[in-house]
Design a protein around this ligand. Structure first.
Ligand code: SAM
Ligand code: SF4
Length: 440
């Protein structure tokens, strides 16, 4: 059995949010530090890490089907399977019972202990660690080494907001901010390794704080790194928006004109039942302030349809909010009852067919606005950051300041900033014609 010997190759599969993508990269670095190699595409790996997401039902079910597939495909030599991430945190013991093929289970705050856990599994044991030490993890991780043109940097973890539908406060623990010194160091290393754009990550990224320094102060400090060209952040919470953050959008040219500010619903009754502590109107007024600071800012949000008790009229209020904002891009979900959260046992659970219909109507409105936003870019000239080669020969892909994917022909290098004219727009991407290159 491949299970019970030290693995030589690994594959990390991350699901869900960008913080999971970041965690997945850090796990890969840890495993490489232990002397293991990433399995080449198409080759089986001795160790597979499923870095899971628990935010909605389907994500958790997918983990069990992935485990089954891996065990089946491995025949009499199944790989060592590690379940990491939020499903591991929430259902660790259940996974061990339900899936005997899983060798180890490790929560999002404990994955720095992965190497020693792998050794235990290689000795024939099974290992589970879902501890939540406050900030031991980051200190124990190896130094970053490689970065693409755009890299993630987790600055804050956890959540104290306890929205009534959400598992994050239970799976990721209380809000913690990483230290300013460590973050500046990691940002410097990522830039030295080739990153030209950093996306600062956190469940409530704008809650980051250290002493008197707020999130806007951190952005300004990171913007001073000379070779860094762009800064983004996600996900922010309306309650943690400060005047300083809004002003930063006017004052820091490297801070991109893009804001992902989830609202969830346009109905104040639903927002209160969700424990969101903002109203539809206070949210719209916040957006006005961002727009006043940075008139071209692209807006994004998250929505949940079918929260318990949501009436047709309350759903219509969400559609009205969408019309009022004109989002450049947004994420929308059907409410999924999460075990242990207050909303899961609330009266008035909405039937699936009603949720389906509401989601379709909401997504039609959001898609309409996204296409309109993209089409309005045609004829404009903007700077794009080159991220990778496209699928067709000679084609390249980069991102506009407003986070749209732009494809174009040319001979650039990854990490170049190119001025392009936007010549076409579809629902999910833009076509550009490259004009000139700016050396970073
Ligand atoms: N902290 C961010 C905020 O509150 O704005 C969002 C982080 S959460 C991981 C990402 C999104 O998942 C939420 O904004 C919400 O729209 C969605 N979500 C969370 N719990 C959900 C649930 N039980 N059912 C459906 N969608 C959910
Ligand atoms: Fe979940 Fe609400 Fe925290 Fe966002 S603010 S992570 S939705 S509890």
């Amino acid at each position: 059995m491949r299970q019970s010997r030290t693995p030589e190759t690994f594959r990390v599969k991350s699901f869900g949010c960008q913080m999971n993508v970041y965690d997945g990269e850090r796990m890969a670095e840890l495993l490489a530090d232990k002397g293991m190699r990433a399995a080449p595409e198409g080759e089986e790996a001795d160790l597979v890490v499923l870095n899971t997401c628990h935010i909605r039902e389907k994500a958790a079910e997918k983990v069990y089907s992935d485990i089954g597939r891996l065990v089946k495909a491995g025949g009499d030599k199944p790989p060592m399977i590690a379940v990491a991430g939020c499903v591991a945190q929430a259902e660790g013991e259940e996974i061990m019972v339900r899936a005997p093929g899983v060798g180890l289970v490790v929560g999002p705050q404990a994955y720095h202990r992965l190497p020693e856990m792998i050794d235990r599994v290689a000795r024939g044991e099974r290992a589970a660690d879902t501890d939540m030490p406050a900030d031991a993890k980051f200190a124990a991780l190896p130094q970053r080494r490689r970065a693409g043109a755009s890299a993630f940097l987790t600055i804050q973890e956890g959540c104290d907001k306890f929205c009534t539908y959400c598992v994050v406060p239970y799976t990721r623990g209380a809000e913690i901010s990483r230290s300013f010194k460590d973050l500046l160091r990691e940002a410097e290393i990522l830039v030295e390794a080739g990153a030209r754009e950093l996306t600062l990550l956190g469940q409530n990224v704008n809650a980051w704080t250290e002493g008197d320094l707020g999130f806007d102060g951190l952005i300004k400090a990171i913007a001073r790194l000379p070779q860094l060209q762009r800064i983004r952040y996600t996900t922010s919470h309306p309650n943690d928006v400060t005047e300083g953050l809004i002003r930063a959008h006017a004052e820091v040219p490297k801070l991109m004109p893009y804001l992902h500010l989830p609202v969830q619903s346009g109905s104040d009754r639903v927002l209160k039942a969700m424990n969101r502590s903002h109203t539809a109107d206070s949210y719209l007024r916040l957006l006005d302030r961002f727009r006043a600071a940075r008139p071209d800012i692209a807006l994004s949000g998250d929505f949940i349809v079918g929260f318990p008790g949501e009436t047709d009229a309350e759903f219509e209020a969400t559609l009205r909010l969408v019309d009022a904002v004109g989002y450049a891009q947004a994420y929308s979900f059907k409410y999924s009852p999460r075990p242990g959260t207050p909303a899961a046992t609330m009266d008035g659970q909405v039937p699936r067919e009603v949720m389906d219909e509401r989601l379709q109507r909401l997504q039609a409105a959001l898609n309409r606005d996204q296409l309109a936003f993209n089409r309005a870019c045609v004829g404009k000239t903007c700077e794009i950051l080159v991220e990778r080669k496209g699928k067709r020969p000679g084609q390249w892909l980069g991102k506009s300041p407003w986070l749209q994917s732009v494809h174009f022909e040319g001979e650039p290098a990854i990490g170049d900033l190119l001025t392009v004219e936007i010549v076409g727009a579809g629902p999910n991407s833009l076509a550009g014609k490259s004009a000139e290159r700016r050396a970073p």
